[in-house]
Design a binder for this molecule. Structure first.
Ligand SMILES: *Cc1c(COP(=O)(O)O)cnc(C)c1O
Length: 428
Protein backbone atom coordinates (compact mmCIF):
# COMPACT_ATOMS: atom_id res chain seq x y z
CA UNK A 1 0.00 0.00 0.00
CA UNK A 2 1.24 3.48 -0.88
CA UNK A 3 0.22 6.65 0.96
CA UNK A 4 -0.27 10.12 -0.51
CA UNK A 5 -0.24 13.57 1.04
CA UNK A 6 -3.60 15.34 1.36
CA UNK A 7 -1.82 18.47 0.08
CA UNK A 8 -0.43 16.80 -3.03
CA UNK A 9 -1.72 13.50 -4.34
CA UNK A 10 1.35 12.99 -6.50
CA UNK A 11 3.57 12.85 -3.39
CA UNK A 12 3.47 9.13 -2.58
CA UNK A 13 5.47 7.10 -0.05
CA UNK A 14 5.37 3.57 1.37
CA UNK A 15 3.88 2.68 4.74
CA UNK A 16 7.18 2.72 6.61
CA UNK A 17 7.97 6.25 5.48
CA UNK A 18 4.44 7.53 6.10
CA UNK A 19 4.54 6.20 9.66
CA UNK A 20 8.05 7.37 10.50
CA UNK A 21 7.50 10.86 9.05
CA UNK A 22 4.03 11.37 10.56
CA UNK A 23 3.36 14.49 8.52
CA UNK A 24 4.17 14.82 4.81
CA UNK A 25 6.97 17.30 3.97
CA UNK A 26 4.43 19.65 2.37
CA UNK A 27 2.44 19.77 5.62
CA UNK A 28 -0.27 17.40 4.34
CA UNK A 29 -1.52 14.29 6.13
CA UNK A 30 -0.95 10.82 4.74
CA UNK A 31 -3.86 8.82 3.37
CA UNK A 32 -3.82 5.29 1.97
CA UNK A 33 -3.84 5.32 -1.82
CA UNK A 34 -7.00 3.28 -1.80
CA UNK A 35 -9.27 1.78 0.84
CA UNK A 36 -9.98 -1.81 -0.17
CA UNK A 37 -13.40 -3.33 0.47
CA UNK A 38 -12.95 -6.52 2.49
CA UNK A 39 -14.42 -9.77 1.12
CA UNK A 40 -18.03 -10.59 2.02
CA UNK A 41 -16.85 -13.73 3.81
CA UNK A 42 -15.01 -11.62 6.35
CA UNK A 43 -18.23 -9.82 7.25
CA UNK A 44 -20.25 -13.05 7.30
CA UNK A 45 -17.84 -14.43 9.90
CA UNK A 46 -17.32 -11.19 11.82
CA UNK A 47 -19.28 -12.30 14.90
CA UNK A 48 -17.10 -15.32 15.44
CA UNK A 49 -13.82 -13.42 15.19
CA UNK A 50 -11.69 -12.15 18.06
CA UNK A 51 -10.53 -8.55 18.38
CA UNK A 52 -6.98 -9.64 17.52
CA UNK A 53 -8.11 -11.54 14.42
CA UNK A 54 -10.10 -8.56 13.20
CA UNK A 55 -7.21 -6.21 13.97
CA UNK A 56 -4.79 -8.39 12.06
CA UNK A 57 -6.97 -8.47 8.92
CA UNK A 58 -7.44 -4.70 8.95
CA UNK A 59 -3.78 -3.96 9.74
CA UNK A 60 -2.58 -6.34 6.99
CA UNK A 61 -4.71 -4.47 4.46
CA UNK A 62 -2.73 -1.29 5.08
CA UNK A 63 0.66 -2.50 6.33
CA UNK A 64 0.99 -5.97 4.83
CA UNK A 65 3.70 -4.77 2.40
CA UNK A 66 5.80 -3.25 5.18
CA UNK A 67 5.57 -5.68 8.07
CA UNK A 68 5.81 -9.50 7.93
CA UNK A 69 2.55 -11.18 8.99
CA UNK A 70 3.99 -12.73 12.13
CA UNK A 71 5.40 -9.40 13.34
CA UNK A 72 2.17 -7.60 12.54
CA UNK A 73 0.13 -10.08 14.55
CA UNK A 74 2.49 -9.53 17.50
CA UNK A 75 2.10 -5.75 17.17
CA UNK A 76 -1.71 -6.02 17.11
CA UNK A 77 -1.98 -8.40 20.03
CA UNK A 78 0.69 -6.58 22.08
CA UNK A 79 -1.05 -3.23 21.57
CA UNK A 80 -4.55 -4.51 22.34
CA UNK A 81 -3.83 -6.41 25.53
CA UNK A 82 -6.99 -5.14 27.22
CA UNK A 83 -10.73 -5.68 26.83
CA UNK A 84 -13.02 -3.49 24.70
CA UNK A 85 -16.51 -4.51 25.87
CA UNK A 86 -19.82 -3.29 24.46
CA UNK A 87 -22.26 -2.78 27.33
CA UNK A 88 -25.93 -1.93 27.24
CA UNK A 89 -26.81 1.39 28.90
CA UNK A 90 -30.46 2.40 28.55
CA UNK A 91 -31.43 2.05 24.89
CA UNK A 92 -27.88 2.38 23.61
CA UNK A 93 -24.75 0.22 23.64
CA UNK A 94 -21.61 1.81 25.02
CA UNK A 95 -18.24 0.71 23.61
CA UNK A 96 -15.80 1.03 26.50
CA UNK A 97 -12.46 1.99 25.00
CA UNK A 98 -10.84 2.91 28.29
CA UNK A 99 -9.48 -0.32 29.71
CA UNK A 100 -5.90 0.38 28.63
CA UNK A 101 -3.05 1.59 30.87
CA UNK A 102 -3.94 5.32 30.81
CA UNK A 103 -7.69 4.69 30.90
CA UNK A 104 -8.45 6.43 27.60
CA UNK A 105 -9.09 5.34 24.02
CA UNK A 106 -5.83 6.88 22.86
CA UNK A 107 -4.06 3.85 24.33
CA UNK A 108 -5.27 1.90 21.28
CA UNK A 109 -3.54 4.15 18.75
CA UNK A 110 -0.52 4.99 20.87
CA UNK A 111 0.33 1.42 21.80
CA UNK A 112 -0.02 0.22 18.22
CA UNK A 113 2.05 3.10 16.87
CA UNK A 114 4.82 2.64 19.45
CA UNK A 115 5.19 -1.04 18.56
CA UNK A 116 5.06 -0.37 14.83
CA UNK A 117 7.64 2.43 14.98
CA UNK A 118 9.88 0.36 17.19
CA UNK A 119 9.71 -2.43 14.59
CA UNK A 120 10.56 0.02 11.78
CA UNK A 121 13.47 1.61 13.68
CA UNK A 122 14.94 -1.74 14.71
CA UNK A 123 14.55 -3.39 11.29
CA UNK A 124 15.93 -0.39 9.39
CA UNK A 125 18.84 -1.53 7.21
CA UNK A 126 20.37 1.86 6.60
CA UNK A 127 19.97 3.01 10.17
CA UNK A 128 22.25 5.99 10.68
CA UNK A 129 22.31 5.44 14.42
CA UNK A 130 20.44 8.61 15.29
CA UNK A 131 17.58 8.19 17.69
CA UNK A 132 14.06 9.02 16.57
CA UNK A 133 12.51 12.06 18.26
CA UNK A 134 8.73 11.88 18.59
CA UNK A 135 7.04 15.26 19.01
CA UNK A 136 3.51 15.24 20.30
CA UNK A 137 1.10 18.04 21.14
CA UNK A 138 -1.59 17.12 23.63
CA UNK A 139 -4.67 18.50 25.28
CA UNK A 140 -4.20 15.83 27.95
CA UNK A 141 -4.97 12.29 26.93
CA UNK A 142 -2.70 11.92 23.90
CA UNK A 143 0.39 12.87 25.86
CA UNK A 144 -0.16 10.36 28.61
CA UNK A 145 -1.10 7.57 26.21
CA UNK A 146 1.85 8.25 23.91
CA UNK A 147 4.32 8.71 26.77
CA UNK A 148 3.13 5.45 28.28
CA UNK A 149 3.12 3.60 24.95
CA UNK A 150 6.71 4.61 24.13
CA UNK A 151 8.15 4.46 27.64
CA UNK A 152 11.51 2.66 27.53
CA UNK A 153 11.24 1.80 23.82
CA UNK A 154 14.87 1.75 22.63
CA UNK A 155 16.07 4.24 20.01
CA UNK A 156 13.14 6.60 20.54
CA UNK A 157 12.78 9.74 22.67
CA UNK A 158 9.41 11.41 23.19
CA UNK A 159 8.79 15.13 23.68
CA UNK A 160 5.27 15.96 24.87
CA UNK A 161 3.96 19.55 24.60
CA UNK A 162 0.95 20.35 26.77
CA UNK A 163 -0.85 23.61 27.65
CA UNK A 164 0.14 24.73 31.14
CA UNK A 165 -2.73 24.59 33.63
CA UNK A 166 -5.19 23.25 31.02
CA UNK A 167 -4.92 19.53 31.66
CA UNK A 168 -6.14 17.64 34.71
CA UNK A 169 -3.73 16.89 37.51
CA UNK A 170 -3.88 13.19 36.74
CA UNK A 171 -3.14 13.77 33.07
CA UNK A 172 -0.23 16.02 33.97
CA UNK A 173 1.20 13.48 36.40
CA UNK A 174 0.97 10.74 33.81
CA UNK A 175 3.13 12.76 31.42
CA UNK A 176 5.57 14.35 33.83
CA UNK A 177 6.50 11.53 36.18
CA UNK A 178 7.81 8.88 33.79
CA UNK A 179 11.27 10.32 33.09
CA UNK A 180 13.67 8.18 31.07
CA UNK A 181 13.10 8.74 27.36
CA UNK A 182 10.02 10.93 28.01
CA UNK A 183 10.28 14.74 28.34
CA UNK A 184 7.28 16.98 29.10
CA UNK A 185 7.24 20.59 27.83
CA UNK A 186 4.77 22.83 29.63
CA UNK A 187 3.66 25.49 27.14
CA UNK A 188 2.28 28.87 28.16
CA UNK A 189 -0.82 28.78 25.92
CA UNK A 190 -3.70 26.56 24.78
CA UNK A 191 -3.70 23.24 22.93
CA UNK A 192 -3.75 24.96 19.54
CA UNK A 193 -0.46 26.67 20.44
CA UNK A 194 1.11 23.29 21.16
CA UNK A 195 -0.19 21.93 17.88
CA UNK A 196 1.08 24.97 15.98
CA UNK A 197 4.56 24.58 17.48
CA UNK A 198 4.71 20.92 16.47
CA UNK A 199 3.52 21.68 12.95
CA UNK A 200 6.12 24.43 12.64
CA UNK A 201 8.90 22.08 13.72
CA UNK A 202 8.04 19.73 10.87
CA UNK A 203 8.41 22.38 8.21
CA UNK A 204 11.60 23.88 9.67
CA UNK A 205 14.44 22.82 7.33
CA UNK A 206 17.28 23.15 9.85
CA UNK A 207 15.44 21.09 12.49
CA UNK A 208 14.53 18.44 9.97
CA UNK A 209 18.18 18.25 8.87
CA UNK A 210 19.51 18.01 12.42
CA UNK A 211 17.02 15.54 13.90
CA UNK A 212 15.11 12.45 12.90
CA UNK A 213 11.71 13.88 13.79
CA UNK A 214 8.39 12.13 13.87
CA UNK A 215 4.91 12.84 15.13
CA UNK A 216 2.59 10.87 17.34
CA UNK A 217 -0.46 13.09 17.05
CA UNK A 218 -3.61 11.77 15.47
CA UNK A 219 -2.11 13.08 12.25
CA UNK A 220 0.01 9.92 12.15
CA UNK A 221 -1.67 7.25 10.02
CA UNK A 222 -0.31 4.64 12.46
CA UNK A 223 -2.89 5.83 14.98
CA UNK A 224 -5.82 5.79 12.60
CA UNK A 225 -5.27 2.23 11.41
CA UNK A 226 -5.76 0.55 14.82
CA UNK A 227 -8.70 2.84 15.56
CA UNK A 228 -10.54 1.15 12.70
CA UNK A 229 -10.34 -2.22 14.50
CA UNK A 230 -12.82 -1.41 17.18
CA UNK A 231 -15.56 -0.23 14.78
CA UNK A 232 -15.53 -3.74 13.32
CA UNK A 233 -15.38 -5.16 16.84
CA UNK A 234 -18.36 -3.04 17.95
CA UNK A 235 -20.48 -4.25 15.03
CA UNK A 236 -19.40 -7.82 15.77
CA UNK A 237 -20.87 -7.46 19.27
CA UNK A 238 -23.96 -5.35 18.53
CA UNK A 239 -27.17 -7.39 18.93
CA UNK A 240 -29.23 -8.03 15.78
CA UNK A 241 -31.91 -5.47 15.03
CA UNK A 242 -30.08 -2.49 16.54
CA UNK A 243 -29.55 0.48 14.24
CA UNK A 244 -26.07 0.61 12.69
CA UNK A 245 -25.36 4.10 13.90
CA UNK A 246 -22.25 5.05 15.88
CA UNK A 247 -21.94 8.21 17.97
CA UNK A 248 -18.39 9.43 18.49
CA UNK A 249 -17.24 12.15 20.91
CA UNK A 250 -14.94 14.24 18.69
CA UNK A 251 -12.16 16.79 19.03
CA UNK A 252 -9.42 16.34 16.45
CA UNK A 253 -11.70 13.92 14.58
CA UNK A 254 -9.13 11.12 14.35
CA UNK A 255 -11.44 8.63 16.03
CA UNK A 256 -14.38 9.28 13.72
CA UNK A 257 -12.16 9.46 10.60
CA UNK A 258 -11.06 5.90 11.36
CA UNK A 259 -14.74 4.95 11.58
CA UNK A 260 -15.47 6.54 8.21
CA UNK A 261 -12.57 4.58 6.73
CA UNK A 262 -13.90 1.34 8.26
CA UNK A 263 -17.21 2.05 6.53
CA UNK A 264 -15.33 2.43 3.23
CA UNK A 265 -13.90 -1.03 3.83
CA UNK A 266 -17.44 -2.33 3.66
CA UNK A 267 -18.37 -2.30 7.34
CA UNK A 268 -22.16 -1.87 7.41
CA UNK A 269 -22.54 1.34 9.41
CA UNK A 270 -25.34 3.52 8.09
CA UNK A 271 -24.39 6.71 9.81
CA UNK A 272 -21.99 8.37 12.23
CA UNK A 273 -22.89 11.09 14.66
CA UNK A 274 -20.05 13.47 15.43
CA UNK A 275 -20.73 14.73 18.95
CA UNK A 276 -18.82 17.82 20.05
CA UNK A 277 -18.78 20.16 23.01
CA UNK A 278 -18.91 23.94 22.45
CA UNK A 279 -16.04 23.53 19.98
CA UNK A 280 -18.40 22.72 17.13
CA UNK A 281 -16.49 23.73 14.00
CA UNK A 282 -17.36 20.48 12.20
CA UNK A 283 -21.09 20.38 13.11
CA UNK A 284 -21.20 23.98 11.86
CA UNK A 285 -19.50 22.93 8.64
CA UNK A 286 -22.05 20.17 8.11
CA UNK A 287 -24.83 22.75 8.44
CA UNK A 288 -23.40 25.62 6.45
CA UNK A 289 -20.88 23.96 4.14
CA UNK A 290 -18.29 26.44 5.35
CA UNK A 291 -15.30 25.46 7.41
CA UNK A 292 -14.38 28.16 9.87
CA UNK A 293 -11.74 27.11 12.38
CA UNK A 294 -11.53 29.30 15.44
CA UNK A 295 -9.72 29.42 18.78
CA UNK A 296 -10.78 26.63 21.11
CA UNK A 297 -12.78 27.24 24.28
CA UNK A 298 -12.21 25.33 27.51
CA UNK A 299 -14.84 22.79 28.58
CA UNK A 300 -15.15 19.89 31.03
CA UNK A 301 -14.59 17.46 28.12
CA UNK A 302 -11.19 19.01 27.61
CA UNK A 303 -9.72 16.38 25.30
CA UNK A 304 -12.21 17.69 22.73
CA UNK A 305 -11.33 21.37 23.13
CA UNK A 306 -10.07 21.78 19.58
CA UNK A 307 -10.77 24.78 17.38
CA UNK A 308 -9.04 23.54 14.23
CA UNK A 309 -9.43 19.74 14.06
CA UNK A 310 -6.32 18.27 12.46
CA UNK A 311 -8.10 15.36 10.77
CA UNK A 312 -10.62 17.55 8.99
CA UNK A 313 -8.40 17.53 5.87
CA UNK A 314 -8.63 13.74 5.86
CA UNK A 315 -12.42 13.92 6.06
CA UNK A 316 -12.49 16.37 3.16
CA UNK A 317 -10.17 14.07 1.25
CA UNK A 318 -12.44 11.05 1.85
CA UNK A 319 -15.40 12.93 0.38
CA UNK A 320 -13.44 14.87 -2.26
CA UNK A 321 -14.54 18.12 -0.65
CA UNK A 322 -18.24 17.37 -1.24
CA UNK A 323 -20.18 18.42 1.85
CA UNK A 324 -23.38 16.85 0.53
CA UNK A 325 -21.66 13.47 0.24
CA UNK A 326 -20.27 13.86 3.76
CA UNK A 327 -23.74 14.64 5.10
CA UNK A 328 -25.00 11.24 3.94
CA UNK A 329 -22.60 9.51 6.33
CA UNK A 330 -22.23 12.07 9.07
CA UNK A 331 -24.41 14.20 11.32
CA UNK A 332 -22.92 16.76 13.73
CA UNK A 333 -24.40 17.57 17.13
CA UNK A 334 -23.15 20.07 19.68
CA UNK A 335 -23.77 19.42 23.38
CA UNK A 336 -23.50 22.22 25.92
CA UNK A 337 -21.68 22.07 29.24
CA UNK A 338 -24.96 22.00 31.11
CA UNK A 339 -26.34 19.18 28.98
CA UNK A 340 -23.13 17.24 29.53
CA UNK A 341 -23.36 17.58 33.30
CA UNK A 342 -27.05 16.78 33.31
CA UNK A 343 -26.39 13.63 31.26
CA UNK A 344 -23.73 12.37 33.70
CA UNK A 345 -26.15 12.82 36.60
CA UNK A 346 -29.20 11.39 34.84
CA UNK A 347 -27.52 8.31 33.35
CA UNK A 348 -26.07 7.50 36.77
CA UNK A 349 -29.48 7.90 38.34
CA UNK A 350 -31.51 6.07 35.67
CA UNK A 351 -29.16 3.26 34.74
CA UNK A 352 -26.48 3.16 37.44
CA UNK A 353 -23.82 3.75 34.79
CA UNK A 354 -21.08 6.34 35.24
CA UNK A 355 -20.12 8.26 32.11
CA UNK A 356 -17.06 10.48 31.83
CA UNK A 357 -17.64 14.00 30.37
CA UNK A 358 -16.55 12.93 26.84
CA UNK A 359 -18.76 9.87 26.79
CA UNK A 360 -21.59 11.99 28.21
CA UNK A 361 -21.35 14.36 25.22
CA UNK A 362 -21.72 11.36 22.89
CA UNK A 363 -24.44 9.67 24.95
CA UNK A 364 -26.54 12.82 24.97
CA UNK A 365 -26.03 13.36 21.22
CA UNK A 366 -27.22 9.79 20.67
CA UNK A 367 -30.30 10.39 22.86
CA UNK A 368 -31.11 13.50 20.85
CA UNK A 369 -30.93 11.70 17.51
CA UNK A 370 -31.10 7.93 16.91
CA UNK A 371 -31.46 7.05 20.63
CA UNK A 372 -29.92 3.62 20.05
CA UNK A 373 -26.94 2.03 18.33
CA UNK A 374 -23.35 2.35 19.53
CA UNK A 375 -21.99 5.15 21.70
CA UNK A 376 -18.22 5.44 21.97
CA UNK A 377 -16.97 6.02 25.53
CA UNK A 378 -13.40 7.31 25.31
CA UNK A 379 -12.28 7.70 28.92
CA UNK A 380 -12.84 6.19 32.32
CA UNK A 381 -14.85 8.47 34.65
CA UNK A 382 -12.00 8.03 37.16
CA UNK A 383 -9.83 10.20 34.93
CA UNK A 384 -12.23 13.09 35.38
CA UNK A 385 -13.19 12.36 38.96
CA UNK A 386 -13.63 16.00 40.07
CA UNK A 387 -16.32 16.82 37.53
CA UNK A 388 -18.04 13.45 37.66
CA UNK A 389 -18.21 13.31 41.46
CA UNK A 390 -19.91 16.72 41.52
CA UNK A 391 -22.67 15.38 39.28
CA UNK A 392 -23.22 11.92 40.74
CA UNK A 393 -22.70 12.86 44.38
CA UNK A 394 -20.46 9.90 45.12
CA UNK A 395 -16.73 9.39 45.19
CA UNK A 396 -15.05 7.47 42.42
CA UNK A 397 -12.15 5.28 43.27
CA UNK A 398 -8.91 5.99 41.44
CA UNK A 399 -7.54 2.79 39.92
CA UNK A 400 -4.20 1.64 41.29
CA UNK A 401 -2.18 2.38 38.15
CA UNK A 402 -3.33 6.01 38.20
CA UNK A 403 -2.88 6.45 41.92
CA UNK A 404 0.76 5.40 41.68
CA UNK A 405 1.86 8.37 39.59
CA UNK A 406 0.22 10.82 42.01
CA UNK A 407 2.94 10.02 44.51
CA UNK A 408 5.79 10.71 42.12
CA UNK A 409 7.37 14.09 41.52
CA UNK A 410 6.49 16.19 38.49
CA UNK A 411 9.32 17.15 36.11
CA UNK A 412 8.60 19.52 33.23
CA UNK A 413 10.36 22.18 31.15
CA UNK A 414 8.49 25.49 30.80
CA UNK A 415 8.17 27.01 27.36
CA UNK A 416 6.58 30.18 25.99
CA UNK A 417 4.56 29.88 22.78
CA UNK A 418 7.60 31.10 20.78
CA UNK A 419 8.83 28.66 18.16
CA UNK A 420 12.47 29.75 18.61
CA UNK A 421 12.41 28.51 22.18
CA UNK A 422 11.20 25.06 21.16
CA UNK A 423 13.81 24.94 18.42
CA UNK A 424 16.63 25.79 20.81
CA UNK A 425 15.44 23.17 23.22
CA UNK A 426 15.33 20.48 20.54
CA UNK A 427 18.79 21.32 19.23
CA UNK A 428 20.42 21.34 22.65
C1 LIG B 1 -8.75 12.59 22.28
C2 LIG B 1 -10.01 12.32 22.96
C3 LIG B 1 -11.24 12.51 22.31
C4 LIG B 1 -11.33 13.07 20.91
O1 LIG B 1 -10.84 12.18 19.93
P1 LIG B 1 -10.43 12.74 18.49
O2 LIG B 1 -9.87 11.59 17.77
O3 LIG B 1 -9.43 13.83 18.72
O4 LIG B 1 -11.68 13.28 17.88
C5 LIG B 1 -12.39 12.20 22.99
N1 LIG B 1 -12.35 11.74 24.26
C6 LIG B 1 -11.20 11.55 24.91
C7 LIG B 1 -11.23 11.06 26.31
C8 LIG B 1 -9.98 11.82 24.28
O5 LIG B 1 -8.86 11.63 24.94
Amino acid sequence: MMYYSTSDRSHRVGGRQAVLAGLAPDGGLYMPEHIPVLPQRFFDELRSKSLHEIGFVVASTFLGDDVPAEELYKIVSGALNFEIPLVRVGDAHVLELFHGPTLAFKDVGARFMARLMSYFVQSSKKDDGRELTILVATSGDTGSAVANGFYNVPGIRVIVLYPSGKVSELQERQMTTLGGNITALEVDGVFDDCQRLVKQAFVDPSLMAALKLSSANSINIARLIPQMFYYFWAMAQLPEGEPHVVTVPSGNFGNITAGLMAKRMGLPIDRFIAATNENDVVPQYLISGEYQPRPSVATISNAMDVGAPSNFVRMLDLYAGDVQAMREDLVGIKISEQQTRETIARVQHQYGYTLDPHGAVAYNACERSVKRGVVIETASPAKFGDVVEQEIGMTIEIPERLAQCLNKEKTSVKLSGEFMELKEFLLR
